[in-house]
Design a protein around this ligand. Structure first.
Ligand code: ZN
Length: 204
């Protein structure tokens, strides 16, 4: 499986990092070794002093597809979860400065924390009407609603499937809303989908 991530997909988050509003989805990948193992804490890697949390809706692909048109994209998923796209912001800043790829900042071990998945039918939700938020140590730090995505899930699937064949089990991180910030050792991260806590873990 592969993990496809979309950057700068919420206008207020692009603004908070002084990035331009993208004209097409900003795409990067994480390897499967980036997945944070279930019931494990997240360890801040030695190569960074400024790891940020980015809560994101994660879409699980459920069939093989390539060159998918936006109007058919909804047939390629029915489950969503929540994840944290951990980002070594200091490393990313250096990569950006030099025009280098982001993998060392974005794709390291444990950098993709993902909850269990829920079918949209069970949630009784449309993909464009999902509320989510992240609490750290009991305080809400990021709040998102999928209607505020610059590129909808269906547009993202259409776009990325021009470049990468999507396979069953692939995950798509759909971008983070504003409010990203640094995590510290001993922080407790709690992820909420429609006000229900679906995932939590500690930082070490
Ligand atoms: Zn992200």
């Amino acid at each position: 499986m592969k993990i496809i991530c979309i950057g700068r997909n919420y206008a207020k988050h692009a603004e908070e990092l002084n990035n331009p509003i993208p004209e097409e989805p900003v795409v990067f990948l994480k390897p499967d070794t980036a997945l944070l193992l279930k019931k494990h804490p997240f360890f801040i890697p030695e190569h960074s002093n400024d790891v940020h949390h980015e809560i994101e809706v994660v879409v699980k692909i459920n069939r093989l597809g390539k060159h998918i048109e936006p109007r058919f994209a909804h047939k390629y998923y029915n489950e969503i979860g929540l994840g944290i796209d951990f980002t070594a912001r200091d490393v990313q800043a250096k990569c950006k400065e030099k025009g280098l790829p982001w993998e060392k900042a974005k794709a390291f071990d444990g950098s993709a924390a993902v909850s269990r998945f829920f079918s949209l039918d069970t949630l009784e939700k449309e993909i464009n009407d999902v509320n989510f938020h992240l609490d750290i140590n009991g305080k809400t730090v990021q709040t998102g609603h999928t209607a505020n995505m610059l590129f909808s899930v269906d547009e993202i699937i259409s776009h990325v499937s021009k470049y990468f064949t999507l396979k069953t089990g692939d995950l798509i991180f759909t971008g983070t809303p504003a409010g990203v910030g640094r995590v510290e050792r001993e922080d407790l991260l709690e992820l909420f989908l429609e006000n229900e806590r679906v995932f939590y873990f500690n930082v070490k």
